[in-house]
Write a protein that binds this ligand. Structure first.
Ligand code: LIP
Length: 265
Protein backbone atom coordinates (compact mmCIF):
# COMPACT_ATOMS: atom_id res chain seq x y z
CA UNK A 1 0.00 0.00 0.00
CA UNK A 2 1.19 3.50 -0.74
CA UNK A 3 2.41 5.23 2.38
CA UNK A 4 1.86 8.97 2.61
CA UNK A 5 3.14 11.73 4.85
CA UNK A 6 0.24 11.84 7.30
CA UNK A 7 1.36 15.12 8.86
CA UNK A 8 1.57 16.86 5.49
CA UNK A 9 -1.79 15.51 4.32
CA UNK A 10 -3.49 16.39 7.62
CA UNK A 11 -2.11 19.93 7.46
CA UNK A 12 -3.19 20.32 3.82
CA UNK A 13 -6.69 18.88 4.40
CA UNK A 14 -7.16 21.12 7.45
CA UNK A 15 -6.08 24.20 5.53
CA UNK A 16 -8.32 23.42 2.55
CA UNK A 17 -11.31 22.66 4.80
CA UNK A 18 -10.81 25.98 6.61
CA UNK A 19 -10.75 27.89 3.32
CA UNK A 20 -13.83 26.05 2.03
CA UNK A 21 -15.64 26.68 5.32
CA UNK A 22 -15.05 30.42 4.91
CA UNK A 23 -16.63 30.25 1.44
CA UNK A 24 -19.66 28.48 2.93
CA UNK A 25 -19.89 31.00 5.80
CA UNK A 26 -19.64 33.93 3.37
CA UNK A 27 -22.37 32.35 1.22
CA UNK A 28 -24.86 32.00 4.06
CA UNK A 29 -26.49 35.32 3.21
CA UNK A 30 -27.29 34.20 -0.34
CA UNK A 31 -28.01 30.58 0.49
CA UNK A 32 -31.38 30.58 -1.26
CA UNK A 33 -30.09 32.00 -4.55
CA UNK A 34 -29.41 29.64 -7.48
CA UNK A 35 -30.75 26.59 -5.68
CA UNK A 36 -31.15 23.35 -7.62
CA UNK A 37 -32.42 19.89 -6.74
CA UNK A 38 -30.92 16.44 -7.26
CA UNK A 39 -32.69 13.16 -6.45
CA UNK A 40 -35.95 14.74 -5.24
CA UNK A 41 -37.51 18.17 -4.75
CA UNK A 42 -36.05 18.22 -1.23
CA UNK A 43 -32.52 17.05 -2.15
CA UNK A 44 -31.02 20.50 -2.61
CA UNK A 45 -27.79 21.84 -4.06
CA UNK A 46 -26.70 25.49 -4.00
CA UNK A 47 -24.09 27.55 -5.77
CA UNK A 48 -22.19 27.49 -2.48
CA UNK A 49 -21.94 23.68 -2.66
CA UNK A 50 -20.37 24.08 -6.09
CA UNK A 51 -18.11 27.00 -5.12
CA UNK A 52 -16.84 25.09 -2.10
CA UNK A 53 -16.13 21.96 -4.14
CA UNK A 54 -14.40 23.96 -6.88
CA UNK A 55 -12.09 25.55 -4.28
CA UNK A 56 -11.32 22.22 -2.62
CA UNK A 57 -10.55 20.53 -5.94
CA UNK A 58 -8.39 23.48 -7.08
CA UNK A 59 -6.29 23.37 -3.91
CA UNK A 60 -5.90 19.58 -4.09
CA UNK A 61 -4.79 19.71 -7.72
CA UNK A 62 -2.34 22.52 -6.97
CA UNK A 63 -0.73 20.57 -4.15
CA UNK A 64 -1.31 16.92 -5.10
CA UNK A 65 -2.00 16.74 -8.85
CA UNK A 66 -1.54 12.95 -8.99
CA UNK A 67 -4.14 12.21 -6.29
CA UNK A 68 -7.60 10.90 -7.06
CA UNK A 69 -10.79 12.72 -6.02
CA UNK A 70 -14.32 11.57 -5.13
CA UNK A 71 -16.59 14.60 -4.83
CA UNK A 72 -20.31 14.95 -4.06
CA UNK A 73 -20.95 17.56 -6.72
CA UNK A 74 -19.34 15.77 -9.65
CA UNK A 75 -15.62 16.49 -9.45
CA UNK A 76 -14.50 12.87 -9.21
CA UNK A 77 -11.32 11.90 -11.05
CA UNK A 78 -8.91 8.95 -11.09
CA UNK A 79 -5.45 9.44 -9.62
CA UNK A 80 -2.08 7.69 -9.99
CA UNK A 81 -0.55 8.32 -6.55
CA UNK A 82 -2.59 5.79 -4.54
CA UNK A 83 -4.14 8.57 -2.45
CA UNK A 84 -7.78 9.57 -3.00
CA UNK A 85 -9.54 12.61 -1.57
CA UNK A 86 -13.20 12.10 -0.55
CA UNK A 87 -14.92 15.46 -0.29
CA UNK A 88 -18.30 16.74 0.82
CA UNK A 89 -18.10 20.48 0.18
CA UNK A 90 -21.21 21.23 2.21
CA UNK A 91 -22.72 18.46 4.32
CA UNK A 92 -26.10 19.57 5.63
CA UNK A 93 -27.20 21.58 2.63
CA UNK A 94 -30.82 21.79 3.76
CA UNK A 95 -29.66 23.16 7.12
CA UNK A 96 -27.49 25.69 5.32
CA UNK A 97 -30.46 26.84 3.24
CA UNK A 98 -32.59 27.30 6.37
CA UNK A 99 -29.85 28.75 8.55
CA UNK A 100 -30.18 25.74 10.86
CA UNK A 101 -26.69 25.64 12.50
CA UNK A 102 -25.53 22.14 11.53
CA UNK A 103 -23.53 22.10 8.31
CA UNK A 104 -19.88 21.32 7.63
CA UNK A 105 -17.10 20.75 5.13
CA UNK A 106 -15.87 17.14 5.22
CA UNK A 107 -12.58 16.04 3.66
CA UNK A 108 -10.97 12.59 3.92
CA UNK A 109 -7.85 11.10 2.33
CA UNK A 110 -7.93 7.37 1.62
CA UNK A 111 -5.11 5.00 0.69
CA UNK A 112 -6.13 1.57 -0.56
CA UNK A 113 -9.77 2.39 0.23
CA UNK A 114 -8.99 3.12 3.91
CA UNK A 115 -9.22 6.61 5.40
CA UNK A 116 -5.88 7.75 6.82
CA UNK A 117 -6.70 11.46 7.26
CA UNK A 118 -10.05 13.06 8.07
CA UNK A 119 -11.12 16.66 8.70
CA UNK A 120 -14.62 18.01 9.39
CA UNK A 121 -14.98 21.77 9.76
CA UNK A 122 -18.25 22.78 11.47
CA UNK A 123 -19.04 26.09 9.79
CA UNK A 124 -21.58 27.36 12.33
CA UNK A 125 -19.39 26.81 15.40
CA UNK A 126 -16.06 27.17 13.58
CA UNK A 127 -14.99 23.89 15.20
CA UNK A 128 -12.42 21.67 13.49
CA UNK A 129 -12.51 17.91 14.04
CA UNK A 130 -9.48 16.05 12.71
CA UNK A 131 -7.77 12.68 12.79
CA UNK A 132 -4.85 10.83 11.22
CA UNK A 133 -4.62 7.03 11.27
CA UNK A 134 -3.08 5.80 14.50
CA UNK A 135 -2.64 9.30 15.92
CA UNK A 136 -5.93 9.97 17.70
CA UNK A 137 -8.66 12.52 17.04
CA UNK A 138 -8.87 16.17 17.99
CA UNK A 139 -11.34 19.03 18.29
CA UNK A 140 -9.57 22.35 17.67
CA UNK A 141 -6.28 20.61 18.34
CA UNK A 142 -7.32 19.08 21.68
CA UNK A 143 -7.63 15.25 22.01
CA UNK A 144 -11.20 13.90 22.05
CA UNK A 145 -12.70 10.56 22.97
CA UNK A 146 -16.13 8.96 22.80
CA UNK A 147 -18.45 8.88 25.81
CA UNK A 148 -17.68 5.27 26.76
CA UNK A 149 -21.43 4.68 27.17
CA UNK A 150 -22.28 1.01 27.78
CA UNK A 151 -26.07 0.76 28.07
CA UNK A 152 -28.63 1.53 25.39
CA UNK A 153 -31.32 2.65 27.85
CA UNK A 154 -29.38 5.83 28.66
CA UNK A 155 -27.74 6.31 25.25
CA UNK A 156 -28.33 9.45 23.18
CA UNK A 157 -28.42 8.25 19.57
CA UNK A 158 -28.56 10.24 16.32
CA UNK A 159 -29.86 9.22 12.95
CA UNK A 160 -30.82 10.73 9.61
CA UNK A 161 -33.12 10.21 6.67
CA UNK A 162 -32.89 10.11 2.90
CA UNK A 163 -35.04 12.04 0.51
CA UNK A 164 -37.27 9.50 -1.26
CA UNK A 165 -40.67 9.07 0.47
CA UNK A 166 -40.61 5.24 0.43
CA UNK A 167 -37.11 5.16 1.92
CA UNK A 168 -38.21 7.68 4.58
CA UNK A 169 -41.15 5.46 5.47
CA UNK A 170 -38.78 2.55 6.14
CA UNK A 171 -36.35 4.78 8.04
CA UNK A 172 -39.18 6.13 10.20
CA UNK A 173 -40.29 2.58 10.97
CA UNK A 174 -36.74 1.70 12.03
CA UNK A 175 -36.56 4.76 14.31
CA UNK A 176 -39.90 3.73 15.84
CA UNK A 177 -38.34 0.37 16.71
CA UNK A 178 -35.20 1.93 18.22
CA UNK A 179 -36.71 4.89 20.12
CA UNK A 180 -38.25 2.94 23.05
CA UNK A 181 -34.87 1.28 23.77
CA UNK A 182 -32.64 4.35 24.02
CA UNK A 183 -32.51 7.60 26.04
CA UNK A 184 -33.52 9.66 23.03
CA UNK A 185 -32.99 10.24 19.33
CA UNK A 186 -31.43 13.30 17.67
CA UNK A 187 -31.68 14.19 14.00
CA UNK A 188 -29.39 17.14 13.18
CA UNK A 189 -29.15 16.75 9.38
CA UNK A 190 -25.39 16.31 8.88
CA UNK A 191 -23.85 12.85 9.00
CA UNK A 192 -20.36 14.32 9.19
CA UNK A 193 -21.25 16.29 12.31
CA UNK A 194 -23.22 13.41 13.85
CA UNK A 195 -20.10 11.27 13.55
CA UNK A 196 -17.85 13.96 15.03
CA UNK A 197 -20.28 14.44 17.91
CA UNK A 198 -20.07 10.71 18.65
CA UNK A 199 -16.27 11.08 18.60
CA UNK A 200 -16.30 13.84 21.22
CA UNK A 201 -19.09 12.42 23.41
CA UNK A 202 -21.89 14.84 22.51
CA UNK A 203 -23.68 11.73 21.23
CA UNK A 204 -23.26 8.12 22.34
CA UNK A 205 -24.15 6.57 19.00
CA UNK A 206 -25.36 7.16 15.46
CA UNK A 207 -26.94 5.08 12.72
CA UNK A 208 -28.16 5.90 9.24
CA UNK A 209 -28.90 3.94 6.13
CA UNK A 210 -28.27 5.12 2.61
CA UNK A 211 -25.70 7.88 3.24
CA UNK A 212 -22.94 8.52 0.74
CA UNK A 213 -19.21 7.88 0.93
CA UNK A 214 -18.47 11.62 1.15
CA UNK A 215 -20.88 11.97 4.10
CA UNK A 216 -19.01 9.43 6.27
CA UNK A 217 -15.49 9.36 4.78
CA UNK A 218 -13.84 11.64 7.34
CA UNK A 219 -16.22 11.17 10.27
CA UNK A 220 -15.77 7.40 10.57
CA UNK A 221 -11.99 7.79 10.92
CA UNK A 222 -12.49 10.52 13.54
CA UNK A 223 -14.80 8.21 15.55
CA UNK A 224 -12.34 5.30 15.32
CA UNK A 225 -9.38 7.46 16.34
CA UNK A 226 -11.42 8.76 19.30
CA UNK A 227 -11.78 5.18 20.58
CA UNK A 228 -15.19 4.46 19.05
CA UNK A 229 -16.28 1.73 16.68
CA UNK A 230 -17.90 2.00 13.27
CA UNK A 231 -19.32 -0.60 10.92
CA UNK A 232 -22.31 -1.63 8.83
CA UNK A 233 -25.48 -3.62 9.52
CA UNK A 234 -26.50 -5.47 6.35
CA UNK A 235 -29.43 -4.08 4.40
CA UNK A 236 -31.33 -7.29 3.76
CA UNK A 237 -34.81 -6.93 5.19
CA UNK A 238 -38.02 -4.99 4.75
CA UNK A 239 -36.83 -2.15 6.99
CA UNK A 240 -33.19 -2.37 5.98
CA UNK A 241 -33.20 -2.10 2.22
CA UNK A 242 -29.73 -0.56 2.44
CA UNK A 243 -26.72 -1.17 4.71
CA UNK A 244 -26.87 0.90 7.89
CA UNK A 245 -23.76 2.77 9.02
CA UNK A 246 -23.34 2.48 12.81
CA UNK A 247 -20.90 4.50 14.92
CA UNK A 248 -20.76 4.40 18.71
CA UNK A 249 -18.70 4.42 21.86
CA UNK A 250 -16.95 1.04 21.77
CA UNK A 251 -18.99 -0.63 24.59
CA UNK A 252 -22.25 0.52 22.96
CA UNK A 253 -21.46 -0.65 19.45
CA UNK A 254 -22.57 -4.28 19.78
CA UNK A 255 -25.78 -3.49 21.73
CA UNK A 256 -26.73 -0.87 19.13
CA UNK A 257 -26.00 -3.08 16.12
CA UNK A 258 -27.87 -5.97 17.78
CA UNK A 259 -30.89 -3.69 18.39
CA UNK A 260 -30.88 -2.57 14.76
CA UNK A 261 -30.58 -6.13 13.48
CA UNK A 262 -33.35 -7.39 15.78
CA UNK A 263 -35.58 -4.44 14.81
CA UNK A 264 -35.57 -5.66 11.26
CA UNK A 265 -36.14 -9.36 11.74
C1 LIP B 1 -27.15 15.02 4.55
C2 LIP B 1 -26.55 13.92 5.39
C3 LIP B 1 -27.49 13.54 6.53
C4 LIP B 1 -28.78 13.05 5.96
C5 LIP B 1 -29.41 14.19 5.19
C6 LIP B 1 -28.50 14.65 4.04
P1 LIP B 1 -26.45 16.54 2.49
O1 LIP B 1 -26.26 15.29 3.49
O2 LIP B 1 -25.32 14.36 5.92
O3 LIP B 1 -26.94 12.56 7.36
O4 LIP B 1 -29.62 12.60 6.98
O5 LIP B 1 -30.64 13.78 4.68
O6 LIP B 1 -28.37 13.63 3.11
O7 LIP B 1 -27.36 16.04 1.41
O8 LIP B 1 -27.06 17.66 3.25
O9 LIP B 1 -25.08 16.86 1.98
Amino acid sequence: MTSIDLDAYLELATSIAREAASIVADGAGRAREHVGTKSTLTDMVTEVDHASEELIVRRIREARPEDGIIGEEGSSREGTSGATWVIDPLDGTTNFLYGFPAFAVSIAVEVGGEAVVGVVHDVSRDEVFAAAKGRGATLDGRPIETSGKRDLETALVATGFGYAPERRRRQAALVAEVLPSVRDIRRAGSAALDLCWVACGRLDGYFEQGIQHWDWGAGTLIVAEAGGRTGWVAGDSELLELPVLVAAAAPLYEPLTDLLSQSCD
